[in-house]
Design a protein around this ligand. Structure first.
Ligand SMILES: [Zn+2]
Length: 243
């Protein structure tokens, strides 16, 4: 068995579907972009709209479906998870969206608040729809369009200014429940009990394995750690693998 850390390679998109509960991961590449679409018969959500999300959605599902997106879920503010939000928001206004749009993000995520503020500075006069920012601080679940969403805290960090220590990044995962099935998306995180708890028994667990090596496991998980959690779900995808 090859032990190369890059042994696992994903071919995107990754798709999982049970009846009308559907998820498609267009991409999940560290430092480049993540982009995920989740749908049911009556809901269209986007998770972590990284760079290229508008291009991918436009090519895959087209304008009508893009306009149906009602909720965007942000795991954390790193650019490879939110870099595409500006173009998505602008596109919706150019196409004269009327329905309000909800964006969920972890409390303390200054990137989303800053982008929102800058977006309104530029477009408030012509913006055709309302954007509702929903800061997530607690782990209370809520329901949108027949999908129950349970946010949960994870433990993601980034290198500190001194180059040696690391600092915590406001970061959450989401578990989506629909029609007696569930999908757990951990976002970016080091190994943490909370992710292990919510991934367990999910119909699908989407688990990051972004650690470059064994020494840097306070930022991301190694493949072995990710598999250990993934195996407790009925099916799992490893994502965010270093390229
Ligand atoms: Zn990150």
């Amino acid at each position: 068995m090859k032990k190369d850390k890059y042994y696992f390679k994903n071919q995107y998109p990754l798709i999982w579907q049970q009846d009308d509960f559907y998820i498609k991961i267009y991409s999940s590449t560290p430092n480049v972009a993540t982009g995920i679409l989740l749908t049911t018969n009556n809901s269209t959500f986007v998770i972590d709209p990284g760079d290229g999300i508008l291009r991918d959605l436009n090519k895959d599902v087209g304008a009508n479906s893009i306009m149906k997106i009602s909720d965007i879920f942000i795991s954390h503010g790193h650019h490879d998870h939110i870099g595409g939000i500006w173009s998505l928001l602008t596109y919706m206004s150019v196409l004269k969206r009327k329905e309000s749009l909800r964006i969920y993000f972890p409390k303390g995520c200054i990137e989303i608040e800053s982008i929102y503020k800058a977006f309104l500075d530029v477009y408030s006069k012509e913006l055709t729809y309302k954007i509702q920012l929903i800061k997530i601080d607690k782990q209370s679940s809520f329901t949108r369009k027949s999908v129950r969403i349970k946010p949960f805290k994870v433990n993601h960090r980034e290198p500190g200014d001194d180059g040696s220590s690391s600092v915590a990044v406001p970061s959450i995962g989401y578990k989506f429940f629909y029609d007696n099935k569930s999908i757990c998306y951990g976002g970016d995180t080091a190994y943490c009990d909370n992710l292990a708890k919510f991934a367990k028994d999910s119909d699908l667990a989407i688990i990051e394995a972004g650690a470059e090596d064994e020494e840097k496991t306070d930022l991301h998980m190694t493949i072995a750690q990710a598999i250990q959690i993934g195996k407790t779900a009925k099916k799992y995808f490893l994502v965010h693998l270093p390229e």
